[in-house]
Design a protein around this ligand. Structure first.
Ligand code: B12
Ligand code: SF4
Length: 468
């Protein structure tokens, strides 16, 4: 059995050390993929540890800790936003732990496996890792430099090993939106069947896998949901360990199959979570909300508190070009359905999007911002379009020469405050956005949340020191 070091190359929202004093979801949560791989490897008898760069203070420390850990296997993951950091980790592993087998995976290396090899990975696994990673560790020579992982049966997997992330129990106390704490996050399935042009959907479809019929290296499932009973069993284990009060269901889209969601809501009642005051967050498309308002009602009765809706735009020509499959009217109706049910809306809007002719139009974004002012969602998450590698919009923007910098660090980050696309007047966008944001950006809110978190973690640490 091997000593395996899993590496999360993400540095966090404010650079080094962000994970020690989180201010953002990106700083706070365990990496689902690594937590899942950790569980499988541990079940196979490997000695697993995690190096999460969000907790470290610089590259020197990364090198030192890798050398000290003396792993036999180093596994580096990457989303596009952290690809440069992942490459650096692979290079450092070569110096600091030259004896270790260096493996790479994750969505970015699934799309661009050669980048990992160039950085020093000896094997790259595209797609899912639960079945094939243990097999590579057992016999690396029987795998080519780049190969596809075989998809696992999600119901047969052990539950994610969240506690690989130091201080996990304390992190659950961080207040997120209006969810009661402690808050856990989890996934109930993999993949999304829609085809939005801006989304890394094609990349994701590959990750969750396809080809086979005549076997180009096998693989197949792509869209899968865990059974309701498997999800409930994980919730039960999390309840026993942490007595959570809030859950974030981090699936791309929670409402894909209404029958599954109905069964899930019934199971939540049977398990008694709504009665115990458990509240949850999930993302649903506007068209699905309009098509299934009664299911949204069931979700509310089963504890749904905050619903994230990817409105993206309230300009019909833009929604059509983005292939969102919705209209501004559908968006408004969906908002009304949710608000009538007393749900809090977490509204996502993408600004700075050029239409098919490559031209950005101020009126498209004006329509969106006006709609937000009318709907008044509880939370508003605007982003400036940054085409993500793996999306159709990225290929189009690159072909048209619209991306001012195809730099990885920028690609994939959609936060306002960056200059990304040619022809977009970002100063004007900031000016349009400012009055809308004024309602949401109360400078004391994050400070208050942070103080509450520190106080709660201090109390927890004191209680833990005092013992049972
Ligand atoms: C949940 C989620 C988040 C959560 C993460 C919460 C958490 N606890 O991890 C939050 C909200 C923080 C988040 C943030 C962002 N996200 Co996000 N997110 C997702 C989502 C919905 C699920 C990710 C996940 O956990 N998947 C399940 C796990 C099991 O899969 P996995 O991590 O890929 O791991 C598997 C394989 O890749 C492989 N594997 C992974 N690593 C390794 C390593 C080795 C060595 C091997 C062998 C195998 C292997 O095995 C694993 C198990 O099968 C995905 C979409 C999706 N469905 O995947 C988007 C997605 C990953 N996010 C995306 C984006 C763009 C972002 C943001 C940039 C958005 C923003 N506005 O800033 C940020 C950046 C985060 C970052 N660090 O880079 C894109 C990434 C596109 C890309 N090219 O990288 C995705 C794909 C959405 C999309 N379709 O566009 N996200
Ligand atoms: S944006 Fe959402 S609905 Fe559209 S393809 Fe991506 S995950 Fe699916």
């Amino acid at each position: 059995m091997a000593k395996v070091l899993l590496v999360n190359p993400r540095q966090g929202s404010r650079g080094w050390g962000s994970g020690r004093d989180p201010l953002d979801l990106d700083d706070l949560l365990p990496h689902h993929g690594l937590a899942q791989l950790g569980a499988v490897l541990q079940q196979e008898g490997h000695e697993v540890s995690l190096m999460d760069l969000r907790l470290l203070s610089g590259w020197e420390q990364v090198g030192r800790q890798m050398a000290r850990a003396a792993p036999q296997v180093v596994c580096v993951t990457a989303r596009t936003q952290e690809a440069a950091g992942a490459a650096r980790c692979l290079e450092l592993a070569k110096e600091a732990a030259p004896q270790a087998l260096r493996l790479a995976g994750g969505i970015h290396f699934t799309m661009r496996p050669r980048e990992a090899l160039e950085a020093g990975a000896q094997r790259v696994l595209q797609g899912e890792g639960e079945v094939s990673l243990p097999a590579i560790i057992a016999d690396p020579d029987s795998f080519p430099a780049i190969s596809w992982g075989q998809p696992p049966d999600l119901d047969a997997l052990p539950f994610a090993l969240r506690e690989l992330l130091p201080g996990y129990r304390r992190r659950l106390l961080y207040p997120i939106w209006s969810l009661p704490t402690p808050i856990v996050d989890m996934l109930t399935g993999r993949g999304c069947p829609w085809n939005c042009r801006f989304c890394c959907g094609p990349g994701e479809k590959n990750l969750y896998t396809q080809p086979a019929p005549n076997d180009p290296q096998k693989r197949i499932p792509y869209l899968r949901r865990r059974s309701v009973s498997h999800v409930m069993a994980e919730l039960e284990e999390l309840w026993k360990r942490y007595r959570f009060r809030g859950v974030i269901f981090h699936d791309d889209q929670f409402l894909m199959d209404p029958a599954w969601v109905s069964e899930f809501c019934q199971a939540m009642h049977q398990a008694g979570y709504p009665r115990r005051g458990v509240g949850w967050w999930a993302a649903c498309r506007a068209d699905m909300i309009c098509r299934h308002p009664q299911i949204i009602g069931d979700m509310r009765n089963a504890g749904l508190k905050v619903i994230s809706i990817g409105f993206e735009s309230f300009s019909d020509p833009l929604l059509k070009w983005l292939r969102k499959g919705t209209t501004s009217e559908i968006n408004r109706r969906a908002a009304a359905v949710c608000q009538d049910l007393g749900l809090e809306i977490y509204a996502n809007l993408i600004l700075g999007v050029p239409r098919e002719d490559g031209v950005w139009r101020r009126e498209d974004d004006m329509a969106g911002l006006r709609a937000i002012q009318e709907i008044r969602p509880a939370y508003f998450s605007p982003s400036f379009l940054s085409p993500i590698p793996g999306s159709r919009l990225y290929d189009w923007a690159m072909d048209k020469g619209l991306m001012l910098s195809p730099d990885h660090a920028q690609a994939g980050s959609r936060r306002p405050g960056r200059v990304i696309m040619a022809g977009v007047d970002y100063e004007e966008l900031e000016r349009l956005l400012a009055p809308v944001m004024a309602r949401y950006q109360k400078f004391w809110r994050p400070r208050l949340r942070h103080c509450a978190y520190r106080l709660r973690s201090w109390r927890l640490a004191r209680a833990e020191r005092a013992g049972p």
